[in-house]
Design a protein around this ligand. Structure first.
Ligand code: FES
Length: 112
């Protein structure tokens, strides 16, 4: 039985990701990062506590973990931003990813 793969678009690249893979781990393995600037070195390494791997995700990923819900309700994040933490997400479908500015990637542009 072969493992299903999904297409991930991020930072001008198109990548093939095995179903169920941790999104942060996959991006790092692919030479990309869900972190901005200094957060590439200063982060919780995937524990879900720092919030610096926040991405805008279009497509299907796993449900929010309890840790992710807690962290995205804690400043500078806010639940209403719609961001997800890459380190807490398992890939479940084709994805389009966007990283917003800010140390945490928290500066989501407001809709007009
Ligand atoms: S790497 Fe820290 S919350 Fe994801």
């Amino acid at each position: 039985m072969s493992i299903r793969e999904y297409i991930i678009h991020f930072q001008g690249r198109e990548l093939r990701c095995p179903e169920g893979m941790n999104l942060r781990s996959f991006l790092l393995q692919s030479g990309l990062s869900p972190h901005n600037g200094a957060a590439r070195q200063i982060n919780c390494k995937g524990l879900g506590s720092c919030g610096t791997c926040a991405l805008e995700i279009e497509g299907e990923v796993s449900e929010k973990t309890a840790m992710e819900r807690w962290r995205l309700n804690f400043p500078p994040h806010q639940e209403s931003s719609g961001l997800r933490l890459a380190c807490q997400c398992k890939v479940r479908g084709d994805l389009k990813l966007r990283k917003h500015p800010g140390f945490w990637g928290q500066h989501v542009p407001r809709e007009e």
